[in-house]
Design a protein. Structure first.
Length: 136
C-alpha cells in the first residue's frame, strides 16, 4: 500500500494491492496528477513480470495528462513482461478520457471487477505464449 500526498495541492493517490486467483489487483484511489505519478509509476513497475493485472479505478477522482501517461506507460511495460491487463470501475469522466486516449486498445475495459477478473482468468497461461491484448 502506498500513499502519496502533496500537501500544497492537497492531491493524494493511494494504491492498495491484493491477489485473487493469480490476479494482482491494484485498487487505485485519489488523483492521478503530476505530483502523484512518480509513486504511481514505481508501484506499477512493481507488478511487471506478473501475468494478470487488474487495475481497479473506481476511487480515481481526477486524471490529468501526466497520470494518463503513467498508466499507459505502465500498461506497455506489463505487456513487455508478457502480462495482460484489465481495467475496471472507472467513473464516466475518467473512462471517457481513457477511451479518447485509446486505452481500450491496450487493455480490456469493463465496469465490473468480476467481469475483469473473469476475462483475465480466461487468458492464455505463460506457457501458451504471449497474451497481449490490442483491441476490444
Amino acid at each position: 500500500m502506498t500513499v502519496l500526498t502533496d500537501s500544497a495541492a492537497h492531491s493524494e493517490c493511494r494504491i492498495d494491492a491484493a491477489s485473487y486467483n493469480g490476479i494482482i489487483v491494484l485498487h487505485i484511489q485519489g488523483q492521478l496528477v503530476s505530483t502523484t505519478t512518480p509513486g504511481l509509476r514505481a508501484d506499477l513497475a512493481g507488478v511487471v513480470g506478473h501475468r494478470r493485472i487488474l487495475l481497479e479505478l473506481s476511487g480515481v477522482s481526477f486524471l490529468d495528462s501526466t497520470g494518463l501517461g503513467a498508466l499507459i506507460g505502465a500498461i506497455r511495460r506489463i505487456h513487455e513482461g508478457r502480462g495482460v491487463v484489465a481495467l475496471c470501475g472507472a467513473r464516466a469522466p475518467i473512462a471517457a478520457v481513457l477511451r479518447t486516449a485509446g486505452v481500450e486498445h491496450l487493455v480490456h475495459m469493463t465496469e465490473s471487477p468480476a467481469d475483469a477478473a473473469a476475462w483475465l482468468l480466461a487468458q492464455a497461461g505463460p506457457e501458451e505464449g504471449p497474451a497481449v491484448f490490442y483491441g476490444p
